[in-house]
Design a protein around this ligand. Structure first.
Ligand code: KIV
Length: 273
């Protein structure tokens, strides 16, 4: 007997089909609880390797491992029901060869049961994207600013600010689309270039710091909630949870110190929400 959920989870082809439709809403999540909240409003949940910065306090995403991505990817799948869950392939897990990428992506998909993976790079990763897509692994591309290359880029600067720099980024977008990616994240790219790419390629573009001209948008959840100590300038804040959490912790500490604390009969009376 098969047990099927009545809720159908979105798939990579569903997102691909949104090219000329309603804008795609995407946010990051790394935990079951935040995934359940994001799931109610988003088409795609990205288990981004930004978890290295956000959860672990690393300066860059370079130290993030495949095991870290799989652990958090599985948590997000448990917490969500509707959204397509895309798990980032971390630095060092896919660049050496298309076979290395395949084995890493298969681990991610089997151990998390997510619906797709994301990897950084355009022209240089096109062969790998085609290899994975042709073997049952939906791939989301990521071009423009590619944070895993920080050590060769030197800084997290916006890309394509001058027209002379457009060519390679346009080539990357075309290569990723032609290789069979179902969508592509375009990061920190000037508005006219993001618009041109979005009008030119056949797959949806999902912008982060790349203007409203894209087919959808993604933000790091903790950045838009006001929980990250440092956020890029382009991030619009939809909450200010950092000070709210600090105030709650302060009240808790004061209650404990003044012995104003509920007894065990209340502690085990579980409240919902
Ligand atoms: O790792 C991440 O969260 C990302 C987004 C910033 C697109 O790749």
């Amino acid at each position: 007997m098969s047990i099927q959920s009545s809720i159908r989870r979105k798939t990579a082809p569903d997102i691909r089909a949104r090219k000329h439709g309603e804008p795609i809403v995407m946010l990051t999540s790394y935990h079951a609880h935040t995934a359940a909240l994001v799931d109610q409003h988003c088409d795609v949940i990205l288990v981004g390797d930004s978890l290295g910065n956000v959860m672990h306090g690393f300066e860059t995403t370079v130290p993030v491992t495949l095991d870290m991505m799989i652990l958090q990817g599985a948590a997000v799948m448990r917490g969500s029901k509707r959204a397509l869950v895309v798990v980032d392939m971390p630095f060092g897990s896919y660049e050496a060869s298309r076979e290395q990428a395949f084995h890493s992506a298969v681990r991610i998909m089997k151990e998390t049961q997510c619906g797709a993976v994301k990897l950084e790079g355009g022209v240089r990763m096109a062969e790998t994207i085609a290899f994975l897509s042709g073997r049952g692994i939906p791939v989301m591309g990521h071009i423009g600013l590619t944070p895993q290359s920080i050590n060769t880029l030197g800084s997290f600067r916006a890309q394509g600010r001058s027209g002379i720099d457009w060519g390679p980024i346009e080539d990357d977008a075309k290569a990723v689309a032609d290789a069979g990616a179902f969508s592509v994240v375009v990061e920190a790219v000037a508005e006219p270039l993001a618009r041109k790419i979005t009008q030119t390629i056949a797959i949806p573009t999902i912008g982060i710091g790349a203007s409203a001209a894209c087919d959808g948008q993604v933000l790091v959840l903790e950045d838009m909630l006001g929980l990250s100590p440092r956020t890029p300038k382009f991030v619009r804040r939809y909450g200010d949870l950092g000070p709210a959490i600090a105030a709650a912790i302060e009240r808790y500490a004061a209650d404990v110190r003044s012995r104003e604390f509920p007894g065990p009969e209340h502690v085990y009376d579980m409240k919902k929400g």
